[in-house]
Design a protein around this ligand. Structure first.
Ligand SMILES: CC(C)(COP(=O)(O)OP(=O)(O)OC[C@H]1O[C@@H](n2cnc3c(N)ncnc32)[C@H](O)[C@@H]1OP(=O)(O)O)[C@@H](O)C(=O)NCCC(=O)NCCS
Length: 170
């Protein structure tokens, strides 16, 4: 399934292809946000999906701008819960940030989650200064801070858990 934003050249597809692997890695590295361990974890999820396909726990959305991979998101249902889902990852090519690609990815992700019966959407990010724009993005997209775990990542760097409750059947 795909969603196309009229006249912007932006297309979001609910499919991860082998050819996306390196562009996705480049997007992640290019943000300058993720350290080696985080990059490895992100790529493990990519490789799990590429290897297992529909049997993978991880669902991917890929954003293409004028035919080039420009961002992606990854989510999955939280096992053992009735209606909860995790947004595991979202990233947009540094050069394309601030132009609505992240919001379009999240919108399409939420439509997919809601259609799958997952309407309580959780995500976590860091409390340190570097992530202030990221937290502003989530707040702008309708998420609220549900919990904050002080000093989780490092002294002075909290884990911030965001939540959005979707209307069902979006
Ligand atoms: C966070 C990220 C995915 C957002 O994607 P994006 O394409 O830049 O965001 P959008 O242009 O769709 O912005 C959507 C809204 O978020 C808000 N927003 C985005 N960036 C912001 C910033 N730097 N400061 C304040 N608000 C911001 C804006 O209010 C915008 O609303 P608008 O449409 O009314 O202008 C992207 O910037 C990114 O990849 N960042 C680095 C990696 C990262 O932090 N990933 C999340 C890991 S937890």
């Amino acid at each position: 399934m795909t969603a196309r934003a009229a006249s912007t050249g932006l297309m979001i597809r609910r499919e991860l292809r082998q050819a996306d692997r390196e562009p996705v890695r480049a997007v992640l590295e290019g943000t300058g946000f993720f350290n080696r361990e985080e990059l490895d974890v992100a790529m493990e999820l990519v490789d799990d999906r590429l290897k297992l396909g529909e049997a993978s726990h991880y669902r991917f959305l890929v954003a293409e701008l004028d035919g080039a991979v420009t961002g992606y998101a990854c989510w999955g249902p939280i096992l053992g819960t009735a209606e909860s889902a995790d947004l595991y990852w979202i990233a947009v090519d540094r050069r394309a940030q601030g132009r609505g690609v992240g919001r379009a990815l999240l919108d399409e992700c939420e439509r997919w989650m809601a259609a799958s019966g997952r309407t309580r959407i959780y995500l976590e990010t860091a409390g340190r200064e570097q992530y202030q724009p990221t937290r502003a993005f989530y707040l702008a997209c309708g998420y609220r801070i549900a919990a904050e775990l002080e000093h989780f990542y490092a002294p002075g760097d909290a884990k911030v858990i965001f939540l959005r409750v979707l209307e069902s059947g979006r």
